[in-house]
Design a protein around this ligand. Structure first.
Ligand SMILES: Cc1cc2nc3c(=O)[nH]c(=O)nc-3n(C[C@H](O)[C@H](O)[C@H](O)COP(=O)(O)OP(=O)(O)OC[C@H]3O[C@@H](n4cnc5c(N)ncnc54)[C@H](O)[C@@H]3O)c2cc1C
Length: 492
């Protein structure tokens, strides 16, 4: 059974007429109202309630989307942009029905790679795998950051959701790397933000910075829903270094793990500092339902380091090792171990290197047909108790624990994310309850949820600054008075 939401999508125009208009805009091969085409858009891997859209369209050009937005705005019909639906928060499930605007099929152009200014202008359908291939083959001195997301997930969608990658310890969240956007507003107007606003016409060589003008880009980022449809996004690229390696720390105790994450981040020598509980590391070598044995270490910590010269590279490794030894000595924990991850991965088998060789499909996360999490930006000082309390909750609910932690921007903040693999439909009620418990703990420790499903944003709203909510509502109402842009998110 699909959950039904009350909104009369066709109050001012008959469904048949909508179909005719969509066919006029997109051509009949790029529009469908057939249930078998719509059904895949009605759910995702999470426990989020399902809901069917009324149509799906496959746009190819900006002008098609402009026509769509104008039409939908005048008839108050919801539009939900979609690329691959891998957000793990129910964010593309059309809460009130309407039109799925699937940009993952025909809007996949990398419009420009500006080599000297180190940015790329992307259409929304460009995937992590596609970007990596183009950079590796044509721009060997440049790289982008890659998430644990599958290679077929959208770069731009993850940017708009303030995602995180294997360069986030150095450079922060992906939204920080936006140089500018091209967005279609509810009126159908096309607006460009960032330095590209200087020219009246679109040019591809002036997207080099986001500031010092008012940060209008921010009006479109982090909504989980949206305030406009993004059709181009300039993302910063980074210089590729010649020397690269990864280290692995084996750690006992959550506080020690939290301290290592914070301190490794602060060395400014690491591109990525991520940690998982030991059970996850065991999944990496093929154990589907791993158990932690008594006296085994608690956490595995992954650190990646690169350098332009051998001297610089070695110096970074030496400094990180020194920080590690200091913590080892102070905690008097003789069993702490820092080793080379790549050698370790070779011993444990190819599967283990999937944690390092991104983007990739992290097979252990797909062992069940359900996957969900409470993702958050966390205060680095609170990581230890968060890890202990959420680990305990996993045990209480008899669900295999997966804790994921990451240092962001030299440990100015961290990621904390308890991840749940589960049997969809069979275990949903239990999982919903567990997710609520995670959220309670995480809000108690001031975590800020990201990619949050609707039930989560409702809980956040209950306890946050009411004037913040008022401002949020005012902005959304101004930018989307007819509630056509992925309505329902944040209860709006
Ligand atoms: C196994 C797994 C691991 C993951 N690991 C990570 C990780 O390490 N780091 C991380 O950051 N994420 C991670 N993710 C999350 C996920 O991959 C990202 O959120 C994803 O990249 C978004 O791309 P998508 O194609 O799934 O977007 P979709 O889910 O299709 O869309 C995401 C959101 O963006 C909106 N949207 C899409 N296009 C536009 C547009 N043009 N204009 C306005 N709004 C738009 C959609 O409406 C929706 O709200 C992981 C996901 C999985 C399944």
């Amino acid at each position: 059974m699909l959950d039904v939401k009350e909104r009369n999508v066709f109050k001012s125009i008959e469904k048949e007429k909508v179909l005719n208009e969509l066919v006029k805009i997109f051509g009949k091969n790029n529009v469908s109202d057939k249930s078998h085409d719509l059904y895949p858009y009605s759910y995702d891997m999470t426990e989020s309630p399902r809901h069917m859209p009324d149509f799906v369209v496959l746009p190819e050009t900006v002008s098609e989307i402009v026509q769509l937005v104008k039409f939908c705005n005048s008839h108050e019909i919801p539009i939900v942009p979609y690329v691959s639906g891998n957000n793990v928060g129910g964010l593309t499930i059309p809460q009130h029905g309407g039109i799925m605007c699937d940009m993952g099929k025909r809007m996949k152009k990398i419009i420009k790679v500006h080599e000297s200014n180190m940015y790329a202008i992307l259409e929304p359908g460009v995937t992590f795998g596609q970007l990596k291939k183009v950079l590796d083959e044509n721009y060997p001195n440049l790289k982008y950051g890659y998430a644990y997301a599958p290679p077929y997930a959208s770069v731009v969608a993850n940017v708009l959701l303030t995602g995180l990658t294997n360069l986030s310890c150095s450079y922060g969240g992906m939204a920080d790397w936006i140089n500018g956007l091209e967005v279609i507003l509810n009126s159908g107007d096309i607006v460009r933000t960032g330095s590209c606003f200087i020219s009246k016409e679109f040019k591809d060589d002036n997207w080099f910075v986001r500031y010092p003008i008012p940060d209008l880009t921010g009006l479109f980022v982090g909504w989980q829903g949206m305030t406009g449809i993004v059709t181009k996004c300039a993302v910063q690229l980074w210089p590729k270094k010649e020397f690269n390696t990864a280290l692995l720390a084996i750690v006992y105790g959550s506080e020690t793990c939290a301290e290592l994450i914070r301190e490794f981040g602060r060395t400014e020598c690491c591109e990525d500092v991520s940690a998982v509980n030991l059970e996850v590391a065991k999944m990496g070598y093929g154990i589907t339902k791993p158990k932690k044995l008594e006296k085994e270490p608690d956490y595995a910590l992954f650190v990646s380091i690169s350098g332009n010269t051998k001297e610089l590279f070695d110096a970074k490794i030496n400094y990180v090792t020194k920080v590690f030894e200091k913590i080892k000595e102070r905690t008097k924990n003789k069993k702490l171990l820092l080793t080379n991850f790549i050698t370790f991965a070779k011993i444990l088998g190819k599967e283990f290197s999937q944690f390092y060789d991104l983007p990739g499909v992290l097979t252990p996360l797909y062992d069940w047909n359900g996957l969900t999490w409470v993702g958050s930006y966390a205060n680095p000082d609170n990581l230890g108790p968060l890890m202990d309390k959420c680990y305990k909750l996993f045990k209480e609910y008899d669900i295999g624990p997966i804790l994921y932690m990451k240092s962001m921007k030299s440990s100015h903040y961290c990621i904390f994310r308890p991840i749940v693999r589960y049997q969809k439909y069979k275990e949903e009620e239990k999982v919903k309850e567990l997710q609520k418990k995670f959220l309670e703990v995480m809000l108690e420790y001031d975590c800020v949820p990201y990619k949050a499903p609707i039930w989560m944003t409702e809980k956040v709203k209950e306890r946050c600054d009411p004037n913040w909510v008022k401002l949020l509502e005012k902005i959304k109402d101004t930018m989307d008075p007819n509630k056509i842009f992925n309505p329902g998110r944040w209860g709006l």
